[in-house]
Design a protein around this ligand. Structure first.
Ligand code: HEC
Length: 438
């Protein structure tokens, strides 16, 4: 028997047992690598469609033509973010007190095999956002507990704000028209979750491609090239065959998300892409459901012999010594309804594993630590993942477009901070230069 494992002992187990090797987080001294400060700002509902409408004063035609956002907005991030977050423009439901801008510090390095990125940024709350889709026992049954800060349940004070913090990276190699100029804004559309004219569940389920073929019930990021009309409407999708052709030609955006609850506990980041929808790469990713959402029965509970408890309690959320993620191969035990659960016991609604497969498991080293009000994250990514079907293959000497976003303070969807697109040079000068390390 292992006895009680602390969170740090668990981390050690992970480091020893999982994919990453000793040199995984190279370079050894990040203080020698130049730092770029990227101003992320709150975008509200500034969708692809809004940017091309007369509402985007005197700029709609130039935006349609493909002019870059920074050709007009360089240095305006703070001004735009503060204006929108206040609710004065493009934000019908402001979150009181939310920050309008966020400084993201970025450092980059590479060797012959990997790109290494190091980020740090301050959090609005003085705590980590590591709780996500938790389920709580009320003495009789389990129900989801907590939600994101913009949900009506949280706004009305019926549920606590509990949602994971995230950092997202988009990368393109020049294959996606206009991505270099307009970046993430090409992927954000009316009809999506929490955007104007949000599509209903029934509308999406009835849609031949998104509902019937992809089995989706909401609209998420997509690229205009996958739609048939000039407005790039969510429902005007090209055929599956046409979309497959675009994908084969590399016309997708690589999207990777480091998630505090759903990936950081196994030292990884997810791997996805944006094309006709925001999709995950092929293979098994690091998180799945730990609860049957029809019967609300958990699948696993904590293994008491390993961590000293079978469920969490509310106060544990802010205790950095307590692991809050259930990891199949480390601290999980099949759920036993007779284990003696008490009212107020809480289990993660998500199950983690480091036993990923295929392209979905490419980001096998993404380690973030929250301390004194800020995250520090080191992320590595193979230059050539070996999966060109759903990843951008990077080369030493290449220059790429990157877009970054941070979800901070228990939010999801549009309630994040995003940046204008930047260039990333692998060993060559760019907005962010990845310097060579041995
Ligand atoms: C041709 C110049 C031009 C281009 C290109 C342009 N904008 Fe604008 N943008 C403007 C002007 C002008 C306004 C209106 C400012 C006002 O109303 O005071 C504006 C307003 C905005 C606003 C609303 C906030 C505000 O300050 O009023 C957002 C958000 C915005 N632009 C984002 C973008 C993004 C994202 C892109 C790139 C996809 C972009 N813009 C491209 C000129 C431009």
């Amino acid at each position: 028997m292992l006895g009680k494992l602390t969170a740090s002992a668990l981390t050690l187990c992970l480091a020893a047992g999982f994919a990453a090797s000793a040199s995984a987080g190279a370079p050894s001294d990040w203080s020698k690598i130049p730092t770029k400060t990227v101003k992320l700002f709150y975008p509200g509902q500034s969708s692809y469609q809004w940017l091309r409408s007369p509402g985007h004063k005197r700029a709609n035609k130039k935006t349609q033509k493909g002019d870059s956002c920074i050709s007009c907005h360089e240095g305006e991030e703070e001004e735009i973010g503060k204006l929108i977050v206040s609710g004065e423009r493009l934000e019908p439901a402001p979150i009181p007190g939310k920050e309008g801008v966020k400084d993201l510090h970025v450092q980059a390095a590479h060797d012959g095999e990997y790109l290494y990125l190091r980020f740090d940024w301050k959090t609005q709350l003085n705590q980590e956002g590591r709780m996500h889709n938790m389920v709580r026992y009320d003495g009789k049954e389990w129900a989801f507990y907590g939600s994101h800060r913009a949900s009506s349940k949280v706004r009305e004070g019926k549920q606590p704000p509990l949602y994971e913090d995230r950092l997202a990276i988009m990368i393109d190699d020049g294959s996606v028209p206009m991505f270099a100029e307009q970046g993430c804004w090409l992927t954000c559309h009316n009809g999506m979750r929490d955007m104007p004219d949000m599509a209903t569940k029934d509308q999406v389920k009835a849609h031949a491609l998104l509902g019937k073929a992809l089995k989706k019930s909401d609209v998420r990021k997509y690229l205009p090239q996958t739609r048939t009309d000039g407005a790039a409407s969510w429902d005007k999708t090209k055929s599956a065959a046409e979309i497959a052709k675009i994908k084969a030609a590399g016309g997708f955006v690589d999207l990777m998300q480091w998630r505090v609850a759903r990936s950081n506990a196994v030292g990884m980041a997810d791997d996805g892409y944006v094309l006709e929808y925001r999709l995950f790469d092929k293979g098994k990713k690091m998180f799945s459901w730990n609860v049957d959402r029809k019967t609300m029965t958990p699948k696993y509970m904590f293994d008491e012999s390993k961590v000293g408890f079978k469920a969490l309690r509310e106060g544990d959320f802010t205790d950095p010594g307590k692991p809050t993620a259930i990891i199949e191969e480390i601290n999980a035990k099949p759920y036993d309804p007779k284990a003696g659960f008490k009212e107020g016991d809480i289990l993660p609604g998500r199950l983690l594993t480091a036993r990923t497969t295929g392209s979905a498991g490419d980001n096998d080293y993404a380690k973030g630590v929250w301390k004194d009000g800020a995250y520090t994250l080191v992320f590595r990514r193979k230059l050539d993942t070996g999966h060109p079907g759903d990843d951008k293959i990077l080369k030493v000497g290449g220059v790429y477009t990157v877009g970054f976003a941070v979800h901070d303070d228990n939010v999801t969807t549009r309630f994040h901070h995003v940046g204008f697109p930047l260039t990333l040079g692998i060993g060559v000068k760019a907005d962010i230069t990845a310097v060579k390390v041995d």
